[in-house]
Design a binder for this molecule. Structure first.
Ligand code: CAO
Length: 487
């Protein structure tokens, strides 16, 4: 077993190294296209390639993956900010445009520390720069125009039509900067609901997740994982990176649209699979089947059943009476059935025709899991984890957020990161869940409202000191009450 695991690990390492070699540094591609073309190397097949020669720098010291990409970040709340935070972690310069005096509404939502930006905001806007601009002020629009000319991607998740109402239509942006990629999250794609405003749980419901989550006897259920907001933000990030890649060939930008309903459906696709399977008979891996309950016309809620072909269930562990998270998710993967039978003290199940094959077990799943639970309930979830994994039985402890926050291994990998904030102090954030071997994640605290306004006006947009003073006086970057004073 050890040898098998070692071989798999070294194969993964080799694959990672191989894919890292293929990483394209967009900044170099943009700035040095001509230079790179002349330096073009031969690829593995001996054909000429437009990639620069492989860098000699040690892995992790050749810059960040999205270095040189500049994002005009018009996002708010969760879906859009998830996307742009990830791009910032990957090295993009993300300039978050916020309304003067107010900013992203989440700065003030679910506040735990008085007068400090909320965790809602700080955990979704790390590594970004903040500039305040009133987009409805003529001078504000002038600044935005300069940003449009200098940025690679505009990302927004306003309600349908809001960007157009600002005057920032696709035609206008494309004319101002033909290379600009305009990426949007909306609740629904084109169709009867396209004009609707949408929040997380609306998307979970409309994307098919809620109708298939929960227990059969209960109502539809939304899940705590933000598959509508953060899930769609992730989809958008992939769309943006793909559009950046295509732009290397075409030289032009394009629109990227992710509807939250579509994003949720993509994540719930196994349930659309099951909907089609229903036409050919009952879903035999659902515990409903083993309980003899007939199926209706639509995919039912399946409680804690596995969504795949290996029957599974959530089982109590030692301490469940007082600890709401003392549970383990237990998968009866067919190849390890013998190990499971031995472990729980039912060795005859290895050969008994009623239990020996996956098909024979299907109508008996309830009884089987009840028997396995008699064993798991005598152990803690971590003991079950250790014992089962030693013989390759896939199980998962139910980890509380407290346990995750305190987990040393997640800190070591940078998946959970502690950052320091000037007004709220230290807080935990989720780092980059995507690990690139040649691009370390750049995880930093979120910006204060307008913290980088002056810096961006001068360094990115080239305004002189006198012009910055004039902009300040105009009221385009200051909250309304200051505007009145300025007037
Ligand atoms: N200066 C001046 N005005 C600004 C501004 C700025 N810097 N930034 C935003 N605004 C204005 C916009 O122009 C718009 O004004 P108008 O409606 O007058 O044109 C307004 O602020 C933003 O409007 P909104 O409708 O997007 O905001 P909302 O709070 O009413 O709705 C939401 C929020 C999320 C429901 C909506 O934006 C939406 O449906 N977005 C798309 C789907 C989405 O991403 N949902 C996930 C949200 S996370 O749970």
């Amino acid at each position: 077993m050890a040898t098998r695991k070692k071989t798999a690990k070294s194969k993964t390492r080799a694959a990672l190294k191989k894919s890292a070699r293929k990483v394209i540094k967009l900044s170099s591609a943009r700035k040095n296209a001509a230079k790179n073309a002349s330096k073009s190397a031969k690829n593995g097949n001996g054909k000429s390639s437009n990639l620069p020669k492989p860098s000699n720098k040690p892995y992790g010291q050749a810059g960040l993956a999205l270095q040189g990409v500049r994002i005009l970040d018009f996002t708010h709340v969760q879906s859009g900010p998830t996307c742009t935070q990830l791009l910032a972690y990957m090295g993009a310069d993300v300039i978050k445009v916020e309304r003067p005096g107010a900013g992203d509404v989440t700065r003030g939502q679910l506040r735990d520390v008085p007068n400090a930006d909320s965790l809602y905001f700080t955990m979704l806007n790390g590594t970004k720069r903040s500039i305040t601009i009133d987009s409805k002020h003529p001078k504000g629009m002038e600044i935005l125009n300069r940003l449009i000319k200098t940025c690679d991607v505009l990302v927004e998740n306003f309600a349908p039509g809001a960007l157009d109402r600002m005057g920032l239509t696709w035609d206008y942006i494309h004319k101002t900067n033909p290379r600009m990629i305009v990426a949007s999250v909306k609740g629904f794609g084109p169709g009867p609901y396209e004009d609707c405003k949408v929040y997380e749980n609306v998307a979970q419901c409309a994307g098919g997740a809620a109708s298939t989550t929960g227990f059969r006897e209960g109502p539809p259920l939304v899940t705590g994982a933000q598959i509508g907001d953060s899930g769609t933000g992730l989809h958008l990030a992939l769309g943006i990176v793909s559009a950046l890649y295509q732009r290397i060939r075409t030289g032009r930008g394009q629109k990227v649209l992710c509807a939250m309903q579509d994003g949720v459906l993509n994540l719930a696709r196994v349930k659309l699979r099951d909907q089609q399977r229903l036409a050919h008979g009952p879903l035999t891996e659902y515990s409903q089947y083993s309980e003899g309950v007939p199926f209706g016309k639509a995919v039912p809620r399946a409680g804690n059943d596995s969504g795949g072909g290996q029957p599974a269930w959530l089982l109590k562990c030692k301490g469940w009476e007082s600890d709401p998270d003392a549970y383990i998710y237990f998968i009866t993967q067919a190849p390890v059935w013998e190990a499971i039978s031995d472990l729980i003290g039912e060795p005859t199940w290895k050969t008994d025709p009623d239990y020996a094959t996956p098909k024979a077990r299907l109508p008996r799943l309830k009884k089987i899991f009840a028997r396995i639970e008699e064993w798991t309930v005598t152990k803690t979830k971590f003991e079950v984890m250790d014992i089962c994994n030693a013989v390759d039985i896939p199980v998962g402890p139910i980890l509380s957020m407290k346990e995750i926050a305190e987990d040393e291994s997640l800190r070591k990998t940078g998946t959970v990161v502690e950052v320091d904030h000037p007004t709220r102090g230290k807080y935990l954030t989720v780092g980059n869940p995507i690990k690139l071997s040649d691009s370390p994640a750049d995880v930093r605290r979120s910006p204060l409202l307008g913290e980088h306004t002056e810096e961006i006006l001068k360094d990115v947009l080239g305004y002189k000191a006198a012009e910055v003073a004039e902009i300040k006086n105009s009221g385009a970057i200051t909250p309304p009450e200051k505007k009145e004073k300025a007037a």
